[in-house]
Design a binder for this molecule. Sequence first.
Ligand code: HEM
Ligand code: SF4
Length: 554
Amino acid sequence: MYRYDEVDFRLVNERVAQFRDQTRRYLAGELTEDEFRPLRLMNGLYVQRHAPMLRVAVPYGMLSSRQLRKLAHIARTYDRGYAHFTTRQNLQFNWPALETVPDILAELAEVEMHAIQTSGNCIRNTTSDHFAGVAGDELIDPRPYCEIIRQWSTFHPEFTFLPRKFKIAVSGAREDRAATLVHDIGLHAVRAADGEIGFRVIVGGGLGRTPIIGSVIRDFLPARHLLTYLDAILRVYNRFGRRDNKYKARIKILVKAMTAAGFAAKVEEEWSHLKDGPATVPAAEFEHMAKFFTAPAYDTSLSRNDPAYTAQLAAEPAFARWVARNTREHKVAGYRIVTLSLKATGVPPGDATADQLDAVADWADAYSFGELRASHEQNLILADVRETDLFALWEKARAAGFATPNIGLLSDIICCPGGDFCSLANAKSIPIAAAVQKRFDDLDYQHDIGELDLNMSGCMNACGHHHIGHIGILGVDKQGSEWYQVSIGGSQGEHASLGKVIGPSFAQDAMPDVIEKIISVYLAQRHADERFIDTARRIGIDPFKEKVYGQAAH
Ligand code: HEM
Ligand code: SF4
């Protein structure tokens, strides 16, 4: 993975010293609340319902075991012993005391981490495919490109005060696992007929109160033009994006107002001044970056389906089920990609305790070359596990509560912190996730239902991606009490779609029944091997409405 150079260390350490002084002055009453707010937000520090919340950047989801141990140490020393992985592959601490935050940042800097640009109207952490570098369907490893974008966007002087926050996602594989269609900019790798690598450029996607699927503004951007073209997009946005109304300030609103073609024309015009200029990425820079992401020392003498491993699969059905559900094929024979599920029933989705984080760091060292990834589905990935180590890993993961064989199933819920933590929430989300997980705790039943994305947000900001869940749940406020609106038919990936609301919202207690009724319609109507989302697309929302609301819905 990428390692800081002298410049990175200096930037981050200087920022820690700066923030230490700002915090001291605020606590001494020398800075007002209003003066301190932008300073803390530039360092990922929000003030939430009960306490400050610190969001730590995890660049494109990559973590080393050393970093994870540090995060565990911070959770234990400065917080309440746990941390939360977010849908943007970052990590949040929910309970740090303000006066300790400079110390936390100093500890993070020791392991090449920070919280810079994880909040505020700037370019946020670039996200990517959590299977980068190991997926069989990969065209390019997106991480060197993400790192180039990270360096370009960190402290970019022109883009520190954008109309609104800005999120970029990069996918290097055929399957889009980075949700590129619902980001401000999505970059999807493509290979031209002559073999040249470049990107399809998508702009103006987003969730929030106005969900929009992004539009392609360029089918092929040669990789060397990556930064000049990003500069051009950001300039057009920075100049023309609305600043009068924060709900209309995201780039998606500008693209919609200008039309994708109109926006693209403006970008091309701006780009004509920048193209081939100093920000053109030289081949040597790509080569330099690629060296940080070379393959680990795989044992290339291994073959697939080692006999000892095959025997373990046959002897232990629970192990076989976990392998089938929570691991996937690796591009190197004899290895598999393991997803550790952070979605055990009753545990807030994405939460992990300090002890669990330490344990995962140990497994990363023992079984996966000391690295891991956080996924935007709020799970952790050990990308390079030998088939012959899977059984030992499974036993340990099971004991630690990370081996629920539910990846991609109903209980693998994406969920924002909601009303338990977030001051913007209309409703709690974690207890609904727990109630649904409890209702469907029978894993055989979940396996029979098959692939299903259930996503939930505690308000229309959509941090829990409810619009692109096959089933989406949104917390709404009705005369001061918490209600839940349900949508069906959303999806992420290449054919991303936004779910349709099925009707009036429900009380919290009703939610498990509602989900069960929706599932029953699917089970009754599905064709053989048809996934929930495909049935929902084929039959539309009416049969679901009928079942949930009864005839009265008509
Ligand atoms: C302090 C807590 C949080 C606050 C105040 C907050 C605030 C917001 C707001 C205001 C939006 C809407 C932006 C817009 O429509 O322009 C948003 C969107 C979003 N947030 Fe959060 N959020 C918080 C926590 C989280 C967490 C925990 C996650 C991940 C689990 C997250 C991930 C996202 C994502 C993925 C979106 C939608 C994508 C987008 O359009 O930007 N946020 N957030
Ligand atoms: S969706 Fe709303 S409730 Fe949930 S974290 Fe985002 S802002 Fe908070």
